[in-house]
Write a protein that binds this ligand. Structure first.
Ligand SMILES: Nc1ncnc2c1ncn2[C@@H]1O[C@H](COP(=O)(O)OP(=O)(O)O)[C@@H](O)[C@H]1O
Ligand SMILES: Cc1ncc(COP(=O)(O)O)c(N)n1
Length: 270
């Protein structure tokens, strides 16, 4: 039996809802063997981010080498990268190990407003990492910052997706959680450089959405690691995050985490 291997290069969330912790839980639930390289340690809970401690580029590179030289990876996800130095270091390592199935979640700002990427590093993300992205998964505010345009309509989103492909990403999945229209329905838009595909779901009225972006991108990564195409991976990720949001755990006093075992429990009870 072949084992799907998935690597996440991201920040640690002590609260367990986002970052490395969300990624590894999601990989495990979708039956991919999870590995990690930590870019920063955050002291974080459902109320916000209390501290950020970035790792040195040596520490990031050494963790990635440990995996590249031994276990290998079928798909890789990047999340919080914090600084231009870490972005450049990660980009070099992705090229060194010739990892192609790379999901770039361009994490910039935590739900509570804390900056998880330095503002001056957006350019490095665009120049060094987007050309290596097999899939990039911005939310609407991230897509606006990456493309220097305001996104209001679905047509704006399509234009931004075309720009992101022009910057070098092979696929764009633009998440609709932050749709300014706050419609009852959320549309996540996939663009493969040729066609657009819309993935629609019911918007749940909940504050427990800490880590939704990480979890969604990690689910795409796990499916790619198993050999599925992007067009097959996105609906699985969508069902995974929908279940994780709907079957909420009610943890913490603020923006609580999603339920990473909900998708499996639903399938088991079918
Ligand atoms: N309230 C919600 N109800 C249902 N799905 C949601 C909700 N909020 C976000 N999602 C889904 O979670 C995923 C992450 O979306 P989003 O919140 O836009 O990203 P991020 O966490 O990066 O800001 C997307 O697939 C989106 O459709
Ligand atoms: C370490 C870390 N990485 C990423 C996020 C973003 O979380 P979200 O998925 O809610 O945008 C976070 N809050 N913390």
């Amino acid at each position: 039996m072949t084992i799907a291997r998935a690597l996440t290069i991201a920040g640690s969330d002590s609260g367990g809802g986002a970052g490395i912790q969300a990624d590894l839980k999601t990989f495990q639930e979708l039956r991919a063997f999870g590995m990690s390289a930590i870019t920063a340690v955050t002291a974080q809970n459902t109320l916000g981010v209390q501290g950020i401690y970035p790792m040195s580029t040596e520490a990031v590179a050494q963790q990635i080498d440990a995996i590249g030289e031994d276990l290998g990876a079928d798909a890789v996800k990047t999340g919080m990268l914090f600084s231009s130095e870490i972005i450049v270091c990660v980009a070099e390592k992705l090229q060194q190990y010739k990892w192609e199935k790379v999901v770039v979640d361009p994490v910039m700002i935590a739900k509570g407003g804390a900056a998880l990427l330095l503002k001056e590093s957006i350019r490095a993300l665009k120049q060094s990492l987007l050309p290596l992205a097999y899939v990039v998964t911005p939310n609407i505010p991230e897509a606006e910052l990456l493309t220097d345009m305001q996104i209001i309509s679905l047509e704006d989103r399509k234009e931004a997706a075309r720009k992101l492909v022009a910057y070098g990403a092979k696929h764009v999945v633009m998440k609709g959680g932050h749709d300014p229209a706050e419609a009852d329905e959320i549309v996540d838009l996939l663009y493969d450089g040729r066609d657009f595909h819309e993935f629609r779901s019911e918007r749940k009225a909940t504050r427990h959405t800490h880590g939704t972006g990480c979890t969604f991108a990690a689910a795409i990564t796990a499916e790619l690691a198993k050999g599925y195409s992007v067009i097959d991976a996105v609906p699985v990720a969508k069902a995974f995050i929908q279940a994780a949001i709907e079957d909420t755990l009610h943890l913490g006093q603020g923006h609580g985490p999603t339920n990473h075992w909900a998708y499996r429990e639903r399938r088991n009870s079918q």
